[in-house]
Structure formats: structure tokens, C-alpha cells
Design a protein around this ligand. Structure first.
Ligand code: GLU
Length: 495
């Protein structure tokens, strides 16, 4: 049997991190077992589905390199892969259920259903359809439908029975049919509901394993009953633990960023997000000694029985750490290309407008690669290369811990030392500046801090001499002179 798995997101809103999480496990499972991974767009909710959302899902999957073998944009043998284009299949299958007596038309009006719900609430009864239209004869049902009366099609559940859902991770889960409503399968607009379309498509698309989020467990007995009604074998079900907020509620926008676009725009690397999402679902074996895994390593370690059921808490600090680790692991030239692409596609407008050339980014990358945690920190780490002058503050200079008159003198002495050179050569100039500190009777660290603030405006930066070499001797000296002037003009009491 060839493994065929799918993700079936609804294109409503931003592409969700949960889609990537479920997508990753499906992808891993398919690839590990030499199978196929499909993308199906479940857009039966005509009001909430949008083409932009669908596009953003596909873009996010591409960004994460979770390549699907079949999908709406690439087609495949079981297409179309967009439910709104498959209505004929649902209509035909609904008729099949009606013919078998496994489903019935329900003509109840919204008003009647509203009253019914109110009555159930008042009597503290569980909500659910009361079955009024179950007993309509075939003739009456056909006649009313033919007369154009509005109806939905409901599933006929034998309330005395029970259904067992077999879940790979949880074993058998029993559902008494009393808990299962006569679910609507086809709405009055002749669009299917999730349940019908999902089951029909999983069957017609040859899905062998349904790996989806835990929140769908309560729908699964309805699906099992539908498979039975059609006379089809059910696929294997495996419900993945939900991603959770720190308070253990289901991950939500209010408490965590959930849009994959946000992660891309923040400069997270797909490798890091994939690694992170994998760790959310399964833990590396004892003694691994590392949490950094690429796809090949994940594939080698993953199988369904490795998934841990404890609700994984989404921890952005951990993701940021992993991202830094992945940034450090990229070859410098590749990181430079990623930065340039990130600026072009996701960078803030100002940065995009004055995007640095790749050659220059390649020179800067070795200085910042060890420090950077997200691509979006590019500007923060490197802005002083691109400005004509930097903003100097007394607060930053205070970090040099030198009394004000000496501070100006130290900066001037540094400028004088470097001015005769056409370029900064770290191996030559750093020892020279250390020696200068000795001559001036100040600590080496304090001299370099004064120099750092004068050149960059900041007290924490990439390696200073290398940065000055890139900036060039003329600009570096000019900044030192400007800083000396700033210091000389500042009220010493404030420094
Ligand atoms: N359309 C459902 C969703 O939005 C699919 C759930 C499933 O995988 O069955 O997640």
C-alpha cells in the first residue's frame, strides 16, 4: 500500500502555524514511507474562504519547503484539489446516502430550529437535532424537494449504537451515538459540510492515513459512520497534539503569533521553524545531545509512535534560540543571500528602498553571523555602515567609564593615530590602539568602548576593528572627530 496523506486547510485568514505543524508531520510520514503528500483546499465555507488566503497557504508551504506532490496549483490524478470545484462529487455521494437510507432531507426552518434549541436549553437537554424529519416518507421528501422547498441533508444516526474510533496514538476511543447529532452533510445551498466533503475526498483521493490536529477527534466518529454508510474502509486516524499557549489553551492569535507570514517577516529561517515544530510533536531520543535537526535527520528519527501526547507549549524564546543556531550553521554566503532576499521580500519599506548590494552584505555577514538571531536584526546590527553620521548620546559614552575631559582626549588621540592611514588594518591598528591606551593611562576596554560608541553610536556591536575596516579609514576618522567635537561641546556635568 502506498502511503497517501494530506493537509486540508480551510483558506480563511492568514496561513496558520498549525497548518505547518500538521503539514510537517504529514510530509515526514509520506517521505519516510515513500508515499505522497497532498494539499487539498477545503473552501466549502463560501463566506469565509478567500483566494488570497489560499495563495498565502501555498506560498507558506513553499517557503517552508513542504513540497506537496498534488495540489490545486500543480494538479494531480485526483484533482481538482479545491473543494469548491468538486461539488458534483458531493452531490452524487449525498444522493447515494439518501438512496441507502443512511441520510435524509430535513426541511425544518431556521425559526423551528431556533425554537428547538431554546427549548432544549431551557430543559437543560444537550443540543442537537430532534429528528422531526427523520420519519418523513420517501415520497413526501421527494415531493417537497421537487416542489422547491429548501432542505438540508442530514446523516441518520442510530442513537442506540456506539462507534469506536481507532487512533494510532490514543488507542480505541468510544463514542456513544447519543452524543452524535444527526449531522448536516449538505447545506441548503447544496454545498457540503466539512464532514461529507472531507470523507468523500479522502476516499476519492486515496488517503491512507489521516494525520490531523486533536481538535478533530470529536468529528471522527461521524466520519467513521460515513465510511461505514458508504461501505468504504476507513483510513488510519492519528490525531496530533494541539499546539498550546503558555496557559495550555489552544494556540491563539491573542497569545501567540499564529500567522506563518509573521514568522517569515520576522526573519525566521524555514529550517529553524521546521526544526521547532518537529520538536513540538516529538522528542529526540535520550542521549541525542542536540536539538538541532535538519529534514534528513528528522525523517530518520520520526514515526507515528514517536509523537508525544503532552500538549506542546509554543515557546518563542526557544524558536529564537533555534533560529540563531540555524543562522550560525548556514554558510556565510548563503546567509548573505537569505538576508538580501529577506530585505527584498519582507524588509521594512525604508530598508527595501536602500537595500545593500549582495557583495557588501557578504562582507558584513562574517561580523554578525555569530550574533544574529533573526534576519530582521540586520538593520539593528549594521545600520551604522549606511548612515552618513551616527546619533551620539551621552548615555552611550558613559559606558566608557572615563571622566569627560579624558573621553574627548582619548577619542581625538585615536583619530590622530588612525588619520595617517589610508585604510584600517585590524592586525596592525588594534595593537596600536592598545598601546595608545597604555600611553594615555586608560583601560584598554574603556578606550575601545569610547571608540565603539564614536563609530557606531552603540555600546554593543560586531567586532569593532573589522567594522571600521569595512567602513573605511576616512569615514572612521571623520566619525571620531565628530565624536570628539560632540564630547567637547557637551556639558561635562552631564557626561
Ligand atoms: N478543513 C479542516 C481544517 O481546516 C481539515 C481537518 C482535517 O484534516 O480533516 O483543518
Amino acid at each position: 500500500m502506498t502511503v497517501r496523506v494530506r493537509i486540508a486547510p480551510s483558506p480563511t485568514g492568514d496561513p496558520h502555524v498549525g497548518t505547518a505543524y500538521v503539514g510537517l508531520f504529514n510530509w515526514l510520514y509520506a517521505k519516510k514511507h515513500g508515499g505522497q503528500f497532498l494539499l487539498r483546499i477545503e473552501d466549502t465555507d463560501q463566506v469565509r474562504s478567500t483566494p488570497e488566503s489560499e495563495r498565502s497557504i501555498m506560498r507558506a508551504m513553499k517557503w517552508l519547503d513542504l513540497a506537496y506532490d498534488e495540489g490545486p496549483d500543480i494538479g494531480g490524478p485526483c484533482g481538482p484539489y479545491r473543494q469548491s470545484e468538486r461539488t458534483e462529487h458531493y452531490r452524487k455521494h449525498t444522493q447515494l446516502l439518501l438512496d441507502k437510507g443512511a441520510a435524509y432531507r430535513c426541511f425544518c426552518t431556521d425559526e423551528r430550529l431556533g425554537l428547538m434549541r431554546e427549548r432544549q436549553k431551557a430543559a437543560k437537554l444537550p443540543p442537537g437535532y430532534d429528528g422531526l424529519c427523520r420519519s418523513l416518507s420517501k415520497e413526501e421528501s421527494d415531493r417537497r424537494a421537487a416542489a422547491g422547498e429548501k432542505f438540508v441533508v442530514r446523516m441518520k444516526i442510530d442513537k442506540s449504537g456506539k462507534t469506536i474510533v481507532k487512533d494510532v496514538l490514543r488507542g480505541d476511543i468510544e463514542f456513544s451515538h447519543v452524543e452524535i447529532d444527526d449531522q448536516v452533510l449538505m447545506k441548503s445551498d447544496h454545498f457540503p459540510t466539512y464532514h461529507l466533503a472531507n470523507v468523500v475526498d479522502d476516499r476519492l483521493m486515496g488517503i491512507t492515513h489521516v494525520l490531523r490536529a486533536e481538535e478533530w477527534i470529536s468529528s471522527t466518529p461521524k466520519h467513521v459512520l460515513l465510511y461505514e454508510a458508504f461501505g468504504w474502509p476507513a483510513p488510519v486516524f492519528c490525531h496530533l497534539p494541539l499546539l498550546r499557549n503558555a496557559d495550555r489553551t489552544k494556540i491563539s492569535k491573542r497569545k501567540n503569533p499564529t500567522s506563518l507570514d509573521w514568522y517569515r517577516a520576522q526573519g525566521y529561517l524555514p529550517e529553524a521553524l521546521i526544526n521547532f515544530l518537529a520538536l513540538m510533536g516529538f522528542a529526540p531520543a535520550e542521549g541525542e545531545g542536540s536539538e538541532i535537526f535538519d529534514r534528513a535527520q528528522l525523517m530518520a528519527r520520526f514515526d507515528l509512535d514517536k509523537i508525544s501526547l503532552g500538549g506542546p507549549v509554543f515557546d518563542l524564546t526557544k524558536l529564537e534560540w533555534l533560529n540563531g543556531e540555524w543562522i550560525r550553521r548556514l554558510p556565510a554566503d548563503v546567509l548573505a543571500e537569505r538576508i538580501v532576499a529577506w530585505i527584498a521580500n519582507d524588509g521594512p519599506a525604508e530598508l527595501r528602498a536602500s537595500a545593500p548590494p549582495l557583495d557588501f552584505v557578504k562582507k558584513v555577514v562574517p561580523l554578525i553571523q555569530e550574533r544574529m538571531k533573526k534576519l530582521s536584526e540586520w538593520d539593528e546590527w549594521t545600520d551604522y555602515f549606511f548612515k552618513e553620521s551616527v546619533v551620539l548620546t551621552k548615555e552611550a559614552f558613559r559606558r566608557a567609564k572615563l571622566p569627560p575631559p579624558q573621553l574627548a582626549a582619548v577619542v581625538t588621540a585615536c583619530a590622530d593615530l588612525l588619520a595617517p592611514h589610508g585604510e584600517i588594518v585590524p592586525t596592525r591598528d588594534e595593537p596600536a590602539l592598545r598601546e595608545l591606551a597604555g600611553k594615555l593611562g586608560v583601560k584598554v576596554g574603556d578606550l575601545f568602548m569610547a571608540l565603539r560608541v564614536a563609530i557606531t553610536g552603540k555600546s554593543a556591536t560586531p567586532p569593532l576593528l573589522e567594522s571600521m575596516a569595512l567602513l573605511g579609514a576616512a569615514k572612521s576618522v571623520a566619525r571620531l572627530r565628530a565624536a570628539a567635537k560632540f564630547l567637547a561641546e557637551s556639558d561635562p556635568g552631564e557626561l
